[in-house]
Design a binder for this molecule. Structure first.
Ligand code: MN
Length: 234
């Protein structure tokens, strides 16, 4: 057999404190998982079960960002409202489906800091029309992610401050304890819909304060205990 062209390479994320690389399989994202963010998007956070969307897993979509690096992202085509969403990313290390909540943390390989970059104007237009969100969420360079910290080093994360600064000014500031659906609940729910596999990433949702960035601005995403994620918009 000969391939017609070289297949795409697998995106890998460095595992902090090791010389291992974590090969990325699927990229799941949770929508509206902090109450104050659900409200700022015009929804009642109390009555919504978790819902999910996906991002592509190719090297044009997932952007590994090293700890001490400033990664430059191109301003994407087709939008005039390019938004940041800082998120805790959960890396899955075991295969499982219909995982009980109380066992969920044993499926976690580790955690990382990620940005769910969003073409908000396109997402909102699709939302109004009841159409899929891909053009707003699943575009090139839409998912910068920092190194993974293994759960052996962090323990199962329940509390950690999470924030995003743009050019030094704080725009998002919360704590992962404010997640509506905890990481364990997200894993349990998602695994009733898809078989989770090692390599899967789950963007767990963003707190309130989402907003636009423009060319020349620098975002610094931070979660307590993790290296800063620094991304500049070209
Ligand atoms: Mn998000």
């Amino acid at each position: 057999m000969s391939l017609a062209f070289a297949p795409m390479s697998v995106v890998t994320l460095p595992v902090q404190g090791t010389d291992l690389q974590f090969p990325v399989r699927r990229v799941y994202c949770v929508g509206r998982n902090y109450a104050a963010h659900a409200r700022e998007m015009g929804f009642d956070p109390d009555r919504e079960p978790p819902f999910f969307f996906c991002k592509p897993n190719d090297p044009e979509s997932i952007v590994p960002v090293a700890a001490s690096q400033t990664m430059t992202l191109p301003y994407p085509a087709g939008t005039e409202n390019f938004h940041y969403e800082i998120e805790l990313v959960v890396a899955i290390g075991r295969r499982g489906s219909s995982i009980p909540v109380e066992e969920a943390s044993s499926y976690i390989y580790g955690y990382a800091v990620g940005l769910d970059m969003t073409r908000r104007d396109l997402q909102m237009k699709m939302r109004e029309q009841g159409r899929p969100w891909e053009i707003g969420k699943a575009f090139d360079f839409s998912a910068p992610v920092g190194p993974i910290r293994p759960i052996e080093d962090t323990g199962a994360l329940k509390n950690a401050s999470i924030s995003l600064r743009v050019d030094g000014e704080t725009r998002q500031s919360s704590d992962i304890s404010h997640l509506i659906w905890s990481v364990d609940e997200v894993i349990a729910n998602l695994s009733t819909l898809f078989t989770l596999e090692p390599g899967d990433l789950i963007f767990s949702g963003t707190p309130e304060g989402v907003g636009p960035v423009v060319s020349g601005q620098t975002m610094v995403g931070a979660i307590d205990g993790f290296p800063d994620l620094t991304v500049k918009v070209a």
